[in-house]
Design a protein around this ligand. Sequence first.
Ligand code: ADP
Ligand code: ASP
Ligand code: MG
Length: 864
Amino acid sequence: MTDQTPHANRVWTVLKFGGTSVAKPENWAVIAKLAKARLKQDKPGGKVLIVHSALSGVSNRLEALPDLALKGDVSPEIAAIKAVHLDFAESALLDGATLLAEPFEILDRLAAGIALVREASPRVRAELLALGEQMASRLGMERLRQEGLSPVFLDARDALKAASDSADPSGYLSNSVIDGADPELQAQLGHAELVLTQGFIARNSRDETVLLGRGGSDTSAAYFANKLEAKKLEIWTDVPGLFSADPRLTEGARLLQALSYDEAQEIATMGGKVLHPRCIGPARRANVPVEVRSTLRPDLAGTLITAKPGDDAPQLKAVSVKSGVRIVAMEGAGMWRQAGFLADVFACFKECGVSVDLVSTSETNVTVSLDPDPSLDQARLDALRARLERFCRVKIMDDGAAVSLVGYGVRRILHKLAPALEMFQDKPIRLVSQAANDLNFTVVVDASEGRALAARLHEELIAPAPAGPVFGPSWAELNETASSTPARPDPWWVTKREQLIEIAPQTGGRYVYDRDTIKARAAAVANIKSVNRAFYAMKANPHPEVLKTIFEAGLGFECVSPGELMRLKDTFPDLDPKKVLFTPNFAARHEYAAAIQLGTNLTIDGLHPLVEWPELFKGAEVILRINPDRPRGHHQHVQTAGPKAKFGIPLDQLDAAREAADKAGATVIGLHAHAGSGVVEAGHWREIGAILARAAEDFSDIRILNVGGGLGVPESAEAPALDLALVDAELAKLKQALPDYEIWMEPGRYPVAESGVLLSAVTQVKHAFGTRFIGLGTGMNSLIRPALYGARHEIVNLSRYDADGTGMASIVGPICESADLLGADRLMPDTTEGDVIAIAEAGAYGAVMSSRYNLREPADEVVI
Ligand code: ADP
Ligand code: ASP
Ligand code: MG
């Protein structure tokens, strides 16, 4: 291509962010930072286009929705999909319900349509799946604005025209785009510095939405890079580059620092899901270098993919596994030598629209593997079989796994494979194929053997490669360096580990809480000078000793139920009721009556109590909990529509609440909001306070602004930690502007999470399909957070704390549920039965949420 814009004159950088990168509001701070850095570095004239995916997990849920809708009521599933986005919005202080009203409406309409006609056409499926990216865009645009950027929005469908108008499933679900430099698009975006657009979606000439295939956002980004003749395409994902094997399955997978387009293409085609198989082509055609990097570790350089290989000596560079591979074996019995036999059989594949991947032939047999294709149903397979049987005997085998060795000159190193293939003495290899481009050698085996074979081949042939221009550190080494850069001093459970090992239970589990840590964290909260009063949200951990320690540090208590009030009464018989804040949600009438009787502070979070039971509140002082459904920086506090959340009074009902309180003879003395948890941005509480203060302007007796809790606790040593001094400094600004208000706060997790560990001894270790499972004496019956919220807890082998990690492991409990997974893909040392494992940051929402599921007693509790 000689008429390409030379690199020196290229202005665009395309940044693609996948599902995990965009799923959390805080990750958008990284996205914004990266965009700003590119713009600054390319000044003047540099431009950035951001291509993003749906929030992680959303596309899978949307894909499954039609089949669920055909079976029954999908309203809970739809609510859950919406909740993923509303939660994002809420923790970013965005008005999710308004922002997402339009895609939510389309979602409802499509689902209702499917239920009504009892059918989901590929066109409807495409429209449905495309909503994932559309919902994410709206959130992304707002997050970039909050980060001080002014992005221009581009609907990807306006720029990417589908190459095919086919009405087949593939036309809607896995289309392509005709690329080539696009002066029109370049001119259209000429005025913009920063553009945000979606991956995955395009439009056909009937103006219908089509998709580029699952995982296709990479390919969208490559099309944009091609059309804009970008100087670089950066694919930001959850691993720091292309590895020699899927790093999540193979502990020794090596970072591939430099690859050619050919090699990267081969890794992507042969199952390395990190890149969509069609994304290399457009980049290569426009000569755009591709970088693969991690949003979680932006400091690492990742993989650079260009026309030149990092090293062109014959060398295996990766092992890929592709599952769901179907094999069609055709026994020709004599027909093989007849001219035209192959043409006849391949014509059958063409007629049935079945795409062939690998081919191998022998004297009497032709065996092919089929590209995994979710739309290939039994009817089409039967039709294929019937046609083929006119020429030969046919055997179709499902559920194969294709294991591929990728690298230049693979033929020249085949002899080295022999030892690794020995394990297949007793196990059938269904197909062997060696690619004509000499870039891959593939065997298809039983699905159940695929991972083990890949792991073995990787271990023998690739893992030992010396470091050089291509092979970088292993995944395990990268994780080790991450966790060995201490961002904080040793946690208490390291210094007290001898004691912990001593008191660890031989069976079941035991929560151990460290009083010193509780004291220190509670004192840190009590020391936030701008906060007049802090109430510990005791639902996080109501253990009496914990409550006593927190009380001694000077905190009050926030309760949500009569049970919690009772616990306080038992623990502190003489407790001043004004040290208690009662904030129930959807509680019955008598609970409010009891709290008023006791004389606690009282928060009301809906209109119903005030309107329906006014007599209860006569003469009472109340705090109203509102739902902070406004984006930051807005000045009006009254809204016409608020999110239909379970908690809080929507801002548009606040006038009614005020009137109802007046009518009941109650005085509203405070406003409260709690906008999310795990917040690490220090300015968050100041912003909540500002929203409350604006809302307070319409009330005459307000003196308290309760800015809620949600103070973030780092999930690991590298995770960002909240700086309470900064929180204080931010809140001080609020106090300075509004000196007449008292500021209240109600942290739950913060004072206790780090103080607790869950201890349990290893019961069994199992190796299966390349994964090491470490079994513990307790699981989700004691700690349900990983299963319930996908929470990440640090997990360590206390008995071998000083031993090096030797490989990844999944840590599981004894409960008969596949969700009984306490942590996946953790670097662990060699671990044996009886070792004591500690699960950290388990002091909050641990024991209190435990159950007797499977009739296994949950962990007991000890304070040291
Ligand atoms: P995104 O949502 O960012 O597009 P994907 O989940 O599609 O991310 O791709 C990233 C995942 O690809 C990684 O988490 C990893 O498990 C998987 N993967 C598979 N093979 C490889 C490989 N060879 N190198 C790196 N990652 C791989
Ligand atoms: N969201 C789409 C999917 O999950 C596209 C992508 O993430 O690349 O398939
Ligand atoms: Mg992907």
